[in-house]
Each structure stands twice: as structure tokens, then as C-alpha cells.
Design a protein around this ligand. Structure first.
Ligand SMILES: Nc1nc2c(c(=O)[nH]1)N[C@H]1C(S)=C(S)[C@@H](COP(=O)(O)O)O[C@H]1N2
Ligand SMILES: [Mo]
Length: 197
């Protein structure tokens, strides 16, 4: 018996960013309602400052190269979930196909119902960033973003748009939905960048 009670130090403590707590649940968080997506008319658009803008149908998306990423996720409302397992198309596959122009420094994620969130190209262009259609080996639940969401583990999770429909490449920054409401532009959990100054 430990001398001062039975609480053991959490072996995962160094994986939980400042001000966050660990949960095994998978909370559902979004603004508005769960959209009604028709997979037959669904598309994913890559546009803006790219040499090869393109549009993918669901079947075309499903035919792209895929990989699995296991990662921790952090929501600004303070929950952190460790070792989440996602599968989908690596973002670097999309970037390569688009031919992103040298002038591009920013990307705007576009999702259903006008939800947007912005991210620097240098942050998006990482080997743990996925366009994910699968969580824990199963298609995404509707409320977690079916059919497709972005997963960007190195930023608070509002930068991971559910029901994503496109990426817009920009030569200047353009704040997204939460960023316009005073949330941090950079949103780095280890720096605890929750709100803008
Ligand atoms: N389209 C869309 N994507 C969104 C949001 C949203 O409101 N709309 N909320 C974000 C926030 S704040 C979080 S924490 C995560 C939550 O993902 P989850 O519901 O799968 O846990 O989705 C993000 N993606
Ligand atoms: Mo969030």
C-alpha cells in the first residue's frame, strides 16, 4: 500500500496537454445540426491557388491510396482522447495531386453548412494528417463526420472539420468559423493556445 493513499501517478500524464483531462469516451461536439449527406451527389473539391484543381466523387475518393494513423486528440473544451485510430487518405496524397503553388501559405477547410476552419499549409502538410472516413475500423458515425472528416492531431480538434467537402488553397490567411469568434488562430494544445489575444 502506498503511504499516502492509493492514487497512482497517471502513466499517460505527459501525453495530456496543460489544462486538459483524459477521457475514454468519444464526446460529440459541433455547432448546428448533423447534416444529411447524400453519398451519390457528395463531392470533395480542391481549389484555389493550385495548378490542378479537382473534384472527387465518393468512389474516386475511395480509390485513393490509404493509411492508418493512431494519435491523441485534444478538444478546446478540455477533453483529450489518447490512441484514437483513424483510416483514410493521407493529406500529402491530396497536396501532391493538387500541385500547390509556391505562393500558398494558408488553407481553408470547407465543410457542410458553411463550417470553415483555417490552417497554415506547413501544419496541414504532415504525415499524421488524414482525410478520414474510418474510426476504430468502422465507417465514421454520422455525428463524428460521416462520410469524411479531416484529422489534424497537432491542433485543437476544431481544426479537424467534420463533414468536410473541400480544401481551398490561399496566399493569405482567412479566419474560419471559430477563429472569427475569438478562438486562437494557431490553436496549439501544448502551448495552450485556446483564445486569441
Ligand atoms: N463541420 C464541423 N466540424 C467540426 C465542428 C463543427 O462544429 N462543424 N466542431 C469541431 C470541434 S469544436 C471538435 S472538438 C470536433 C469534435 O469532433 P467529434 O464530435 O468527432 O468528437 O469537431 C470539430 N469539427
Ligand atoms: Mo472542440
Amino acid at each position: 500500500m502506498p503511504l499516502f493513499g492509493s492514487r497512482q501517478p497517471d502513466p499517460d500524464a505527459d501525453r495530456v496537454p496543460p489544462g486538459q483531462y483524459k477521457t475514454d469516451k468519444f464526446p460529440v461536439l459541433h455547432y448546428g445540426s448533423v447534416p444529411n449527406t447524400n453519398i451519390a451527389t457528395w463531392d470533395f473539391r480542391v481549389f484555389g491557388e493550385v495548378d490542378t484543381p479537382f473534384r472527387l466523387t465518393w468512389d474516386e475518393f475511395k480509390a485513393l491510396p490509404r493509411k492508418t494513423v493512431t494519435t491523441d486528440i485534444h478538444c478546446v473544451t478540455r477533453w483529450t482522447k489518447l490512441d484514437t485510430v483513424w483510416e483514410g487518405v493521407p493529406i500529402q496524397e491530396i497536396l501532391a495531386r493538387a500541385g500547390v503553388r509556391p505562393s500558398v501559405a494558408h488553407v481553408l477547410e470547407h465543410a457542410e453548412q458553411g463550417y470553415t476552419t483555417n490552417v497554415p499549409l506547413s501544419v496541414l502538410d504532415d504525415d499524421d494528417v488524414l482525410l478520414a472516413d474510418t474510426f476504430d475500423g468502422k465507417p465514421l458515425d454520422l455525428e463524428h463526420g460521416w462520410p469524411l472528416r479531416l484529422v489534424l492531431p497537432k491542433r485543437y480538434f476544431w481544426k479537424s472539420a467534420k463533414w468536410i467537402r473541400g480544401l481551398e488553397f490561399l496566399d493569405r490567411d482567412q479566419p474560419g468559423f471559430w477563429e472569427r469568434y475569438g478562438y486562437s488562430n494557431n490553436a496549439e494544445p501544448w502551448q495552450e493556445e485556446r483564445y486569441s489575444e
